[in-house]
Ligand binder design. Structure first.
Ligand code: SF4
Length: 366
């Protein structure tokens, strides 16, 4: 079934305009990022490390954040991972406080899984185009129109949307869960990423009704530019996240979640890779495979003409300065309404149980 769900906004061109506006508004609202010198940066790192220790706090950072934050998380005993691993690590680690370097839905997931810990974020305005484009009122009304369908949502959604779902999935377990539902004869509502939804639909043949939204970073990757680049680097393998358009996925040698792409970069024998995902991932790829070369896949434009340039503007809001201030002042605490958290925990736990039963690690760009 290829039926597309009516969505916010109502058409693809409206959505594109909306996405552009979204990013322009964001760029206009934040001051130009202050470039800190090496000495200043080192001072921030020392101060943050001291505050983490003093407050019994743990720093967890997403693969798409700046390398300086990823390395700080590792050096201070925290973790660099996808959002669900961040949340699970945060839940299981000792300490009273979590500092989540990522975007809003990741902080919310950490809250849901760690209700007894304080969760801080460097910037509470850091969000995600997928989360924004799936508002709970419209999504809930849409689900109500299709009561015969199982509601499966990607982790890149608000706590309220998760609370409305039957299943929450990450990119690395989505195929298996949808396949499982298909075998049980269930028809599915999928939200919010249409590219990932279409990819899963093609792989599983499941009956899926797709919500129409996309990640502004991955949607920028273009097949034409990728083919041109492959001609320049004929021996390179193309690694792509399934949030990319289907024309890009058709060219890719490996399609997978962040963790799966990192694994492929390490295990494949090639020494050069063209990577279609946020370039923050290069920190971990280069760390694990220092002898290899990683090239960012071409996007629709450059600099001012590009909406993302393979770099998420919201992930970029996480900075050393903002993190220091948040930790020092205890500001930017993220909370989730306990009633919503309780409901959202059900589909999240369902995924964790499925993964445990199938002895799978639940990783992915959640
Ligand atoms: S990279 Fe895309 S999916 Fe990830 S937070 Fe940014 S906008 Fe959302």
């Amino acid at each position: 079934m290829n039926e597309q769900a009516p969505n916010f906004p109502d058409s693809a061109s409206d959505r594109l305009v909306s996405d552009n506006l979204l990013v322009r508004n964001y760029l206009a609202s934040v001051p130009v990022k202050k470039i800190t010198g090496e000495a200043e940066q080192q001072q921030y790192r020392r101060d943050i490390a001291a505050l983490l220790k003093e407050k019994k706090a743990v720093l967890v950072a997403h693969y798409y954040t700046d390398p300086e934050l990823q390395s700080l998380a590792e050096e201070t005993g925290g973790l660099v991972a996808d959002s669900l691993e961040m949340a699970r690590f945060g839940r299981d680690c000792e300490g009273d406080m979590l500092v989540v370097a990522g975007v809003r839905f990741m902080g919310e997931t950490a809250c849901i899984l760690s209700p007894n810990k304080t969760v801080l974020m460097p910037d509470l305005e850091a969000t995600c185009s997928l989360d924004i484009a799936c508002p709970i009122e419209k999504f809930s009304a849409f689900c109500d129109q299709h009561p015969d369908r199982t509601v499966v949502v990607y982790a890149n959604t608000s706590a309220a949307v998760k609370a409305r779902a039957d299943w929450v999935v990450t990119s690395s377990i989505a195929l298996e869960i949808v396949e499982h539902l298909k075998v049980r004869g269930e028809k599915i509502i999928w939200a919010p990423d249409k590219h990932l939804g279409r990819y899963i639909q093609e792989k599983t043949g499941a009956d899926m009704l797709l919500w129409d939204s996309a990640c502004i970073v991955h949607e920028e990757f273009k097949a034409k530019g990728l083919l041109d680049m492959k001609a320049i680097y004929p021996n390179a393998k193309v690694l792509a996240h399934p949030e990319s358009p289907s024309s890009v996925l058709a060219i890719a040698d490996v399609v997978g979640s962040t963790s799966q792409l990192i694994k492929a970069a390490c295990e494949l024998p090639q020494d050069t890779f063209i990577v279609a995902t946020d370039q923050g991932i290069f920190y971990k790829m280069q760390q694990l495979a220092p002898e290899k070369t990683f090239i960012v896949a071409p996007t629709a434009g450059n600099d001012a003409s590009c909406r993302s340039c393979a770099s998420c503007p919201w992930m970029g809001m996480n900075s050393l300065q903002a993190m220091y201030q948040s930790l020092r002042d205890g500001s930017n605490q993220i909370t989730v309404d306990p009633a919503i958290a309780k409901k959202a925990m059900i589909p999240l736990q369902r995924m964790l149980d499925f993964a445990a039963q199938h002895r799978m690690q639940v990783k992915g760009k959640a």
